[in-house]
Design a protein around this ligand. Structure first.
Ligand code: IDP
Ligand code: MG
Length: 136
């Protein structure tokens, strides 16, 4: 059974900087993920630390938070059938080297840290991440 879901997507600073946001948004649209909300913002390192707190014990946590707060990002709510998992499939593996052909990370990712895109990894995380950026 497929259900309409919402998920959070972030175009990371490396991709915004290289003007890839329209190309990435077109991939979502072409694949029937509707962009329900989209805003370009820059977050503080403290906000990045809160967003990525599940990774706080990882050796790359500090660099990850510095990176996500280093420049403008585009945060989006995507909606569609099985949006959470389907978006993860469109994104490709965390490390662009391992990402499948034609995925966003294969096409545009530079490295495991500058991998161009974030996507929620579960329905529960999607709800929390949407709340984090789009408080009503
Ligand atoms: P995901 O973005 O594919 O869900 P996660 O494991 O949740 O991957 O990691 C969050 C982000 O942290 C990744 O997108 C990547 O930018 C960064 N990251 C993950 N693993 C490493 C690593 O081993 N070295 C440096 N950065 C990493
Ligand atoms: Mg993740």
């Amino acid at each position: 059974m497929s259900e309409v879901e919402q998920t959070l997507s972030i175009i990371k600073p490396d991709a915004v900087e290289r003007n890839l946001s329209d190309k990435i948004k077109n991939i979502f649209i072409k694949n029937n993920l509707k962009i329900k909300e989209s805003k370009k913002i820059q977050i503080t390192k403290d906000e990045a630390a809160e967003f990525y707190k599940v990774h706080q014990s990882k050796p790359f946590y500090n660099d990850l938070c510095s990176y996500l707060s280093s420049g403008p990002i585009i945060v989006m709510i995507l909606e569609g059938k099985n949006a959470v998992l389907f978006n993860r499939k469109l994104m490709g593996a965390t490390n662009p080297i391992n990402a499948e052909k034609n995925t966003i990370r294969k096409l545009y990712g530079i490295s495991i840290d500058k991998n161009s895109i974030h996507g929620s990894d579960s329905i529960d995380n999607a709800k929390n991440e949407i709340k984090f950026f789009f408080k009503t």
